[in-house]
Design a protein around this ligand. Structure first.
Ligand SMILES: NC(=O)c1ccc[n+]([C@@H]2O[C@H](COP(=O)([O-])OP(=O)(O)OC[C@H]3O[C@@H](n4cnc5c(N)ncnc54)[C@H](O)[C@@H]3O)[C@@H](O)[C@H]2O)c1
Length: 307
């Protein structure tokens, strides 16, 4: 059962019409917050808001613009009179163009939402806390791409690295005021983020498969990310600020050049059985001391002697 640790708080969630933001809006509502559901898609924002357990309003706004951010602040104040918590979550992935082929427009579009939008959201939050004379808590959705690179997502990776700078800078400014700013960094959660690249390798179609090489050997759920965001917004995290909390199944701690890190192995059965033997077999209902078909360990590395 979810606790009611956010009872009485007013929370803004951006990008809350779908995916991680929708799960966050639901979680914060279940924990007792009144929720301002913000999305550039007004229809989905309305649907999410209508389905929440507690008080809520939907706001159709583009968070990459000053007017859009001001409109959700105004709507929140008109309905609830204050804002205590922010989950600045809306983001876009851009495209997979190779670096030489990237257009300035594509780069700026991603930066506009993922960086300018988060800056505008942070600034609005801090202005509101100043006007209210209150403390508060903010979570920004960062990414595994805030901490690591990839060859095919340069604008996205750049924007998510910049989000770390926003979090660190805002947390430094907010600390003496009692305002906490943290990031949650998801790894792979099969949402519609990559829906525009549904059939592209590295897009939506193989998210589950890619996640299978993480230490937890699976993708995350939107609810698992929402739980981390709710924790960071709650007083349970009262001594936590400026942190980027990874919720990625352990993906960021993997030594990717080791077989035990799944290097080059879409099917991790082979390295897992070599490493864990009968314990691994038992967990999967495989007869003791059997090996997956065609996967007899060949070398000392595959027998798990080197990690
Ligand atoms: N899904 C993942 O695996 C993953 C991993 C790491 C980080 N993230 C981050 O999580 C956040 C949410 O992504 P998601 O997976 O839920 O994607 P999603 O596409 O399912 O949801 C994003 C939501 O944001 C809204 N949105 C987009 N641009 C907006 C704008 N300018 N103004 C207002 N709303 C806007 C969309 O309409 C949508 O409802 C993003 O910041 C993304 O970068 C996701």
């Amino acid at each position: 059962m979810t606790s009611r640790r956010l009872e009485g708080a007013v929370a803004v969630v951006t990008g809350a019409g779908n995916g991680l933001g929708r799960a966050s809006a639901r979680r914060l509502s279940e924990e007792g917050a009144s929720v301002v559901v913000v999305d550039i898609n007004g229809d989905t924002a309305e649907q999410v808001s209508a389905g929440l357990a507690g008080p809520s309003i939907a706001v159709h706004a583009d968070i990459s613009t000053e007017d859009g951010v001001q409109s959700y602040v105004d709507a929140a104040l008109a309905e609830f009179g204050r804002i205590d918590l922010h989950h600045l979550n809306a983001g876009i992935f851009g495209g997979f163009d190779a670096l030489p082929d990237l257009s300035v427009d594509d780069f700026e579009k991603v930066m506009g939402v993922n960086v300018r939008g988060q800056f505008l959201g942070l600034r609005a939050a801090f202005r509101q806390y100043r006007d209210q004379g209150s403390t508060g808590a903010i979570v920004v959705t960062a990414s595994i791409a805030s901490l690591t690179g990839s060859a095919d997502l340069l604008p996205y990776v750049t924007s998510k690295h910049a989000v770390v700078g926003l979090i660190h800078g805002a947390a430094m400014y907010g600390g003496p005021l009692g305002i906490r700013v943290n990031g949650v960094a998801p790894g792979i959660v099969p949402t519609d983020l990559f829906a525009a690249a549904a059939s592209t390798s590295g897009g939506k179609n193989d998210m589950e498969q890619r996640a299978s090489t993480t230490p937890l050997r699976r993708a995350g759920t939107a609810e698992e990310i929402a739980a981390v965001a709710a924790f960071l917004l709650s007083d349970d995290a009262s001594y936590v600020t400026g942190q980027i909390v990874s919720a990625d199944g352990g993906a960021t701690i993997v030594n990717t050049v080791r077989p035990s890190g799944g290097a080059g192995a879409w099917n991790t059965d082979r390295v897992d059985q070599a490493l864990y033997g009968d314990q691994w077999n038992t967990q999967r209902g495989i007869p003791q001391s059997s090996t997956p078909q065609g996967s007899t360990p060949q070398s000392t590395h595959e027998k798990g002697t080197a990690r």
